[in-house]
Design a protein. Structure first.
Lengths: 342, 644
């Protein structure tokens, strides 16, 4: 076992430390991800989680620096030098053992106490005067129902800023994970159960979310775009959704309307105010007002919607929509009709 | 066959005589019941599966290297990460640990073999059968693709109509059989077959961790077996234990799975902790600091392991009381884990550290495991976990524990015990290249995953859009994964080269303290010419350096061993060969009449029967009936096999 020269070894260790440094620094940089949760809580609920995480990360960083520091000091100080006799054969030290049992236990108490408090805060919200939202996970899209408002939509929920929302989370098929990081933590959508979540959004804007429980083929394509509106925007959205009943298709999209209501589309989709009242697929009421479709997968453009209708399987692997073998002209007409529903 | 005759009765056998009766043909490997050879077979098979699991990981990382990638389709991707986890956990890391149990434990406790040598062979062959069955889906109708945790009701026939989850359920049941048989064998071996004088508190810590791990296996695997039987019934017979439309409860699966699944994490890490508890003292030239505390904290971790399962389920919504309880219990585990880390550092402190390859891996274990341990505390807090849960933050954490911990620890073990098994040393230069490439690749692959988690990237997604801010981290991670692959190629080259041309190791190349280094490398079939008598936790050390260097552990006073083979203790590192102060002869043991069990092919036959029985449930029932007949014939043959 030839010893490597001492300086060489030190260089290697140094090189390793230098390698880790940029990685660590990269983490401190401001995140550019629209789905980041760290450092960007935008609701009271998300703030509870962030506050707890901040405290833990502070304690963890101190522990990390101290323990790794002692480890590396030991590695440098006690490396073998030529001509040494046997080192002192120490077997242990009871005081030390008691010390390093108690100190971590005390440090953990600083995490445990606020943790338990936060657990009780985050469960079972008071639901008086809140915006109630029923979230239902499907393979592979999200249904959002506002029972008090009579609104049903898919994948793009809206919330009013500064007003508490209480959500119930369920599943229509397998387990999904409901998560909008900027607004709050996740809860699983489990068949046979109703989970709860709540938040009071603090800032208007668009929030990305995504399914977090593996739910087979298109699990990666089960995304959410949530919108936090100011009071006017919220009122406008609610009114538009409610007034969908009785609205007539514009003359230039009549053909698309005819095609939609006479084809298999109506078996699965609902558009309020039309004969389409299927319950299997996403509710398409006010489809034109959505920014994305396919559960956050595509921008809501004429071209994208047309190509989806032409070949749904190619657009989103595994999804339940059959290929109706429509002509490009018909698909385009349907897309134009859907996009006119604003 | 069962009795070895030495050339000179009453005297130590000549070294040459040892190998005279050995048969190393391929048939001897199929029939062997020698713990050392079974250990080698476990190790080689597990490493083969390690490469398979690695290739699966490389495919996953290739797909995720850039956004909107199309290297594999979504269902293949789901199968790849599912099989990566299953392969690494059940077919690579666990059996690699078992390889060390087999190779090291009997030698460390001064035994001739395990308690039940044929059962040991049976464990190995059933493990092979389970590994094949689990992987059969790749070529026969689709591999499991619902994640290694296989949450119901996605696993029901309705949502997973292919045979993938049948391979999962039956493959794991077969593997569980192998694990439980092996664990019982090691519990009995360790409790009953220690050399005279080796009290429990004189056992090497690796033996202790083997015992603790085996107890965990015996207690945890029945739970997953029950769950898997229910799942199999749901899928094959149409019961509805986990099917909501039939009144079943998918959350029940989660509880059963994690009651097994969390102890399983400790089943994976404790053996590696045992390995480095041997390696660190050897290369610090000091005894393990706080032996009792390291042992007790290992036992404490095992106890707590059964009370923390729901911390995998904080997003399930079990209510504030359950969440609080499981959270506090989980945080509690950090205490004994911390105690271990501090004692390992205490072992280094004041020592004379030799940075050999096994030592580098062992030290890296401590350094990396600290990171994995701390991120573990981060998601022990349920509200904080509501953000981290199911993101890449968790993927980073488990790899810092299972790669930074288990794999680095087991690598330390490979470099450490390779000379004992083969008689040759692995090349140190190549070993260091392997180490540094592994360490750098590992951190490149997994450290950025922390940031991906903070940036909201969920696990188990086969694709992601380009505008999520995840591109750089993913690319770096993939580069890291391929760096690990390169490191592994260096290791394979080193391995095959050193088996043939490596430097001859001698009995005690590392100047170590435990019994396995007191006998030749490789050891004779019967291990010890004479069963040694043990007076301390460091029998060989005390023989070499005298008790004054040792203050014999456990108050044994005069610490001494009668190593069967004594001769030059001078090691490759130049340890002084202090004269043995005495030889304690164990009464009734004569080197010329050592009973060894006969080789047997019945374990292999029975394992084949088990394979047929299980695969018949997937393919066609008559195959199962044939399997049952084979098992019956095998058990009969086994029972009436002459003792030799």
């Amino acid at each position: 076992m030839e010893e490597a020269p001492r300086s060489k070894k030190r260089h290697l260790l140094l090189a390793f430390a230098v390698l880790l440094l940029p990685l660590a620094l990269a983490g401190c940089a401001e995140s550019t991800s629209p789905q980041a949760w760290f450092g960007r809580p935008e609701s009271d609920f998300a703030r509870i989680l962030q506050g707890l995480f901040d405290r833990i990360i502070l304690i963890a960083t101190i522990v990390f620096v101290v323990v790794e520091g002692i480890l590396f000091i030991a590695l440098f100080r006690f490396r073998r030098r030529p001509g040494q006799g046997l080192p002192s054969q120490t077997h242990g030290n009871t005081q030390l053992e008691i010390g390093w049992t108690i100190v971590p236990a005390v440090a953990l108490a600083f995490v445990a106490v606020p943790t338990v408090r936060a657990i009780f805060e985050t469960y079972h919200p008071d639901t008086t005067n809140t915006v109630k939202v029923q979230v239902i996970g499907h393979q592979w899209w999200w249904e959002f129902r506002y029972p008090d408002l009579g609104i049903v939509t898919a994948n793009e929920p809206h919330f009013p800023v500064g007003q508490k929302a209480t959500l119930t989370i369920e599943s229509a098929d397998v387990i999904h994970g409901f998560w909008i990081p900027g607004l709050g933590g996740k809860r699983d959508a489990i068949p046979t159960r109703v989970n709860e979540l709540w938040w009071t959004p603090e800032k208007t804007g668009e929030y990305y979310g995504q399914c977090t429980q593996l739910c087979a083929t298109s699990h990666a394509n089960m995304r959410i775009r949530a919108f936090v509106d100011d009071q006017n925007g919220w009122n406008a959205w609610v009114n538009a959704m409610k007034s969908a009943n009785g609205s007539q298709p514009a003359p230039d999209v009549q053909r698309g309307y005819q095609l939609f209501t006479t084809n298999a589309c109506v078996g699965c989709h609902t558009i309020q105010g039309t004969p389409a009242n299927g319950q299997v697929g996403p509710n398409l009421t006010r489809f034109g007002a959505r920014t994305t479709f396919g559960a956050g997968l595509y921008q809501n453009t004429q071209e994208n919607v047309t190509s989806w209708i032409l070949d749904p399987q190619a657009a989103k692997p595994g999804n339940k929509m059959p290929n109706l073998h429509l002509s490009e002209e018909d698909a385009s007409a349907i897309a134009a009709y859907l996009r006119s529903l604003k | 066959m069962a009795t070895i005759s030495t050339a000179i009765p009453g005297a130590m056998p000549a070294r040459e005589a040892v190998h005279v009766h050995h048969d190393y043909g391929w048939k001897s490997w199929l029939m062997t019941v020698d713990h050392k050879r079974i250990g080698i077979m476990y190790g080689v098979t597990a490493f083969g599966f390690f490469l398979v699991g690695g290739i699966e990981a490389l495919l996953v990382r290739t797909q995720l290297a850039v956004p909107n990638n199309t290297v594999v389709d979504p269902d293949t991707f789901n199968a790849l990460f599912t099989m990566h986890a299953l392969t690494m956990i059940f077919l690579a890391l666990m059996p690699l640990s078992v390889a060390f149990f087999n190779i090291a434990v009997p030698l460390m406790i001064g035994a001739r073999d395990v308690a039940f040598p044929r059962l040991n062979a049976l464990s190995y062959w059933i493990f092979v059968a389970g590994g094949v069955l689990l992987n059969l889906g790749w070529v026969s109708g689709g591999a499991p693709a619902d994640g290694w945790f296989a949450y119901a009701n996605l696993t029901s026939k309705e949502f997973s109509p292919g045979p993938g989850m049948d391979f999962y359920a039956l493959g794991l049941q077969v593997l569980g059989l192998a694990s439980m048989a092996g664990a019982l064998n090691f519990i009995v071996t360790i409790l009953n077959m220690r050399a005279p004088g080796m009290t429990l508190m004189r056992m090497p810590v690796f033996v202790w961790m083997t015992l603790v791990t085996s107890v965990l296996i015996v207690l945890a695997f029945p739970v997953i077996t029950v769950a898997l039987v229910l799942l199999t019934l749901d899928r094959v017979v149409g019961t509805g234990y986990f099917v909501p439309s039939m009144g079943g409860d998918p959350v029940l699966w989660q509880h059963l799975f994690w009651i097994f699944g969390h102890p399983e994490v400790y089943i994976l890490i404790l053996p590696a902790m045992g390995v480095i508890s041997e390696v660190l003292p050897t290369f610090s030239r000091k005894p393990l600091f706080g032996y009792h505390f390291v042992v007790y904290s290992g036992v404490a971790i095992a106890f707590l392991a059964f009370g923390v399962w729901s911390h995998h389920m904080f997003a399930t919504g079990l209510g504030p009381i359950a969440d609080s309880g499981f959270s506090l219990a989980t945080m509690l585990i950090a205490v004994p884990t911390g105690v271990k880390i501090f004692n390992w550092i205490g072992t280094l402190w004041g020592g004379q550290i030799r940075f050999t390859t096994p030592m580098l891996f062992a030290v890296a274990f401590i350094s990396m495991f600290i990171i994995g341990g701390l991120s573990g505390v981060m998601h022990a807090s349920p509200p904080a976990d509501l953000q981290q849960n199911q993101t890449y933050f968790i993927v980073a954490h488990i790899h810092y524990v299972l790669f930074g911990g288990t794999i680095l620890g087991l690598m330390a073990g490979i470099y450490y015990w390779f000379p004992k098994v083969t008689g040759r040393l692995l090349d140190e230069g190549l070993g260091k290249v392997h180490f540094w490439l592994t360490l750098i690749g590992f951190n490149l692959a997994f450290f950025p995953m922390h940031f991906l988690g903070l940036d909201g990237m969920p696990r188990r997604i086969y694709t992601y859009p380009a505008d999520m801010g995840w591109n750089t981290y993913n690319l770096v991670s993939t580069i890291g994964a391929f760096t690990i692959a390169a490191a592994t190629l260096v290791f394979l080259y080193n391995f095959f080269r050193s088996v043939r041309f490596g430097a001859v190791a001698g009995d005690d190349p590392w100047d170590a303290a435990t019994l396995e280094w007191s006998i030749p490398s490789p050891p004779p079939e019967w291990n010890f010419d004479r069963i040694p008598t043990v007076f301390s936790a460091r029998p060989l050390w005390d023989e070499k350096y005298g008790v004054e260097g040792g203050h014999g552990h456990g108050g044994g006073g005069g610490a001494l061993v009668a190593a069967g083979h004594r001769g030059e203790h001078a090691s490759a590192v130049g340890a002084p060969a202090a004269a043995a102060t005495a030889v304690a002869e164990h009464a009734g043991e004569h080197p010329e009449h050592i009973h060894l069990p006969n080789p047997s092919y019945w374990p292999m036959v029975i394992a084949f029967g088990v394979f047929c029985l299980a695969s018949g449930i997937i393919y066609a029932l008559p195959i199962s009936i044939v399997g049952l007949c084979i098992i019956f014939v095998g058990v009969n043959g086994w029972a009436f096999e002459p003792a030799g």
